[in-house]
Design a protein around this ligand. Structure first.
Ligand code: 1GP
Length: 243
C-alpha cells in the first residue's frame, strides 16, 4: 500500500482546498462535467466523497468515474461502513470524538477494518468533531451524537488535543453539510493553538470571505460541498480565497 496522500497534506507548501462530492446529489453527466471543470481549474487539491445518508447504490461507481475523469486524488469521507471502494486513493478513518456513541468511536471501525485492508486503501486516522451549526444536520441525526456547542471553544480544543494524543493524524471540525453557520473562527483559533496535526474545516462555507477567514484563523484544509451542488462555477473563486 502506497502511503502518499497523508504526506501530501503534511508536506504541501500551501493550505489544501477540497471539494466534497455527495454521490446522491450528482447525475453521471453533471458529475463528469463538474470533474472536468475541477481538473481545469487546477486549484483543487483533493476530492472527498461520502455522505451521511446515501439512497442510491452508486458509491463505487462515483469514485471510479472521478478517477477516470481527473488526476485529483480521491479520498473517501465515509458516512458509514458501506462507503468503501478500492478505486479511491485513501480513506479518512473517522472517529467521531465529539460524540459519545461507541459505534462511531470504534464499533464501525471494527466492521470496516478488514474491508479497508482488502481494498488496500491508505487510511488516515482522523478525529472528527461535529460543531453545532445552528440547526440539526443529517450527520448529527444519523450519528446519534450531540455536537459541541458553538460557544464552547475550550471543549473543542481539549477534544482535538485528546485526539492528537491518541495518535490521530488529522482533526476535522465539521458544522455539517449545509450548516447555517460554519465553525466559529474563535473555535478554529483555539483548536489550532492546541494541536500540531492538520486541521480540516468544513460545513456551511458558502463564500470566498469565509474561506479566507477560516484559513487566517488556523484551518490547514478547507472542505466545501453543498455550495458547488448549486453553483459549480464558484469553485475557482473559493479556491482562490485560500491564504
Ligand atoms: C460536510 O464539511 C462538509 O461534511 C462540507 O460541508 O457541504 O456545507 O460545504 P458543506
Amino acid at each position: 500500500m502506497v502511503k502518499n496522500i497523508y504526506s501530501q497534506f503534511i508536506d504541501a507548501p500551501k493550505k489544501q482546498f477540497c471539494v466534497l462530492v455527495d454521490p446522491d446529489k450528482h447525475h453521471v453527466d453533471s458529475l463528469k462535467q463538474f470533474t472536468q471543470q475541477l481538473s481545469k481549474t487546477n486549484q483543487v487539491d483533493f476530492i472527498l466523497v461520502g455522505g451521511s445518508l446515501l439512497r442510491k447504490n452508486n458509491f463505487d461507481k462515483t469514485i471510479a468515474l472521478l478517477k477516470a475523469e481527473t488526476d485529483v486524488p480521491v479520498i473517501i469521507f465515509p458516512g458509514n461502513t458501506m462507503q468503501i471502494s478500492k478505486h479511491a486513493d485513501a480513506i479518512l478513518l473517522l472517529s467521531l470524538i465529539s460524540g459519545r456513541n461507541a459505534e462511531m468511536l470504534i464499533g464501525n471501525h471494527v466492521l470496516a477494518a478488514p474491508l479497508i485492508k482488502e481494498a488496500n486503501l491508505e487510511t488516515i486516522s482522523t478525529g472528527y468533531m461535529l460543531i453545532d451549526g445552528g440547526q440539526t444536520t443529517t450527520v448529527q441525526y444519523m450519528s446519534n451524537t450531540f455536537p459541541i456547542p458553538s460557544n464552547k471553544p475550550e471543549i473543542a480544543a481539549a477534544t482535538a488535543l485528546a485526539g492528537q494524543m491518541l495518535g490521530m493524524q488529522m482533526i476535522y471540525m465539521d458544522a455539517g453539510s449545509g450548516a447555517h453557520q460554519s465553525v466559529p473562527l474563535n473555535m478554529i483559533k483555539a483548536v489550532k493553538h492546541e494541536i500540531n496535526i492538520p486541521l480540516i474545516i468544513g460545513g456551511g462555507i458558502k463564500d470566498a470571505k469565509s474561506v479566507t477567514a477560516c484559513c487566517k484563523a488556523g484551518a490547514d484544509v478547507i472542505v466545501v460541498g453543498n455550495l458547488f451542488e448549486e453553483k459549480p462555477e464558484m469553485v475557482r473563486a473559493l479556491a482562490d480565497a485560500m491564504v
